[in-house]
Design a protein around this ligand. Sequence first.
Ligand code: TXA
Ligand code: MG
Length: 324
Amino acid sequence: MQLDLEDQILEASKIIQKGGLVAFPTETVYGLGANAFDPEAIAKIFKLKNRPADNPLIVHISSLEMLPKLVNNISETNQKLIDNFWPGPLAIVFPKSQLVPDIVTAGLNTVVIRFPNNPIAQQLIAKCGAPLAAPSVNPSGKPSSTNPQHIRDYFENQIFVVEGEPSEIGLESTVINALEPTPIILRQGAITQEQIKEVLGKEVEVAQKQTKVQSPGMKYRHYAPEAKLELIPLGENILDKIELYIKQNLKVGALVSSEIYNTLPNAVIAFDLGSKENYKDISANLYAGLHYFDSQKVDIILSESFQHQGLGLAIMDRLQRAAE
Ligand code: TXA
Ligand code: MG
């Protein structure tokens, strides 16, 4: 029998307090949480995900009062980011306090903190009485989970899941390092370069693959479905490509906007991301599309491209990585 939400949160907090792991909803993607101050619990996250030990975790808080125990200093710039974007999908790099175990930060002297705005995430963290270190819920390298079914597909019943709605944003948070004179976005997300520039009143860079100050995690293969994903550039006709592969007797998946979905031949296994007039729908549905093609065991996925603008930048970042 399914527990009601309040009982799920209570049960999850007991698991966390005993040093276990729980999955929970956030507005970006689901998180796999453990008590951020418990190194043995954190080790279980790395083990379950098969995550490289040099890829640090984000620590999640439910009130600003949790911050002083986690960080050494809050710069004026970071304070501006907090005031403007928290709670929300922005993860911020801080100098770490000694209380944060090294395993959380992979030995770095910085820690990334996020204050999610999803009420279930906030209630859970508050109930635990401790910040939660939480990566996305997926085997390392695979697409993140944006609903409870995705988590069960990956891990069956190995972890307790606090069941929320499908993730509203559907892409991981923006990660920003504003400790340097020129702040740098380490991972693109729903909070855009433009928005951060406007708030800070200065130039903001976006880390390129070859940049040295990269987020450690971004050097690994990411968001990759089982089948190869081919990204069709804007302006090229995806239908021609689909027909070509169908003629070769391949089981073809098409990841497309509604506008294209409605014109596709029957022989293709298509996933409708929503109208390209609304990138919020496209981002919310993107990972569900990748999970769908895994379940359908297609031979190849062809994906439409989107504009490199606003939320389209984060969408294209994930599609490009999935295509690598
Ligand atoms: O939206 C999100 O942030 C989700 C939800 C659950 O909150 N979490 C998430 O965590 O995406 P994860 O572990 O999948 O990604 C964390 C990213 C990695 O790219 C990692 O390298 C980077 O944050 N990161 C963590 N600590 C860092 C640090 N001290 N310096 C630079 N990058 C860091
Ligand atoms: Mg992840």
